[in-house]
Design a protein around this ligand. Structure first.
Ligand code: Y12
Ligand code: CO
Length: 172
């Protein structure tokens, strides 16, 4: 089932999501729905709070070298923790909860992350480049943060100005 994605400035996006404790049918349905929702909206990453569920669960599905998103490359991530990070990378990010706005964000270029899969098995993974960016962007959602909070003061003002302009245009 495709679920509604909540968008800025919805306060629920600033909630701290809770650890997943039960790896049951309900969690599997949530993950399946998140996958359907992410694909329907052309996303490459989605956190549970974006569909209004405050649990520490997220998905990442990066396009392959042919620009295709294959389900076999889907990464389901539960209760993740960054255990090491190195370097820095600037990447132009977008978010399904902040539609029509993209901007440069600086993050670690390499991370080591530990998480659980949908059955509760522990997984350790090292990521770099776009995958490291996606993990960090989605993990920010679990702590109630959006990428726009990582922009410089001036860039954040630019975002707010554009967002207000768009709101006014919608009312016309
Ligand atoms: C690098 C940067 C950001 C991430 C986080 C995941 N972000 C997304 O999945 C963003 C998706 C997105 C999709 C949009 O829709 C289309 O392109 C059709 C979109 O467009 C509009 O809002 C109009 C915006 C964002 C991971 C890695
Ligand atoms: Co996002």
């Amino acid at each position: 089932m495709i679920r509604e994605i909540i968008t800025y400035p919805d306060k629920r996006l600033h909630q701290n999501s809770k650890d997943v404790e039960k790896f049951d049918e309900e969690l599997h349905t949530l993950l399946d729905d998140m996958y359907e929702t992410m694909m329907a909206k052309n996303g490459i990453g989605l956190a549970a709070i974006q569909v209004a569920v405050p649990l520490r669960a997220l998905l990442i599905l990066l396009p392959d070298e042919n620009d295709e998103q294959k389900k076999e490359n889907l990464i389901e991530v539960i209760n993740p923790k960054i255990i090491d990070k190195r370097g820095s990378i600037v990447y132009q990010e977008g978010c399904l909860s902040v539609p029509e706005y993209y901007d440069d964000v600086k993050r670690a270029e390499w991370i080591a992350v530990e998480y659980q899969d949908r059955d509760g098995n522990t997984i350790k993974k090292e990521c770099d480049g776009l995958l490291a960016v996606a993990f960090q962007h989605e993990m920010d959602h679990l702590d109630g943060h959006l990428f726009i909070e990582r922009l410089s003061y001036l860039r954040r003002k630019k975002f707010e100005k554009e967002w207000k302009k768009r709101q006014r245009a919608k009312k016309k």
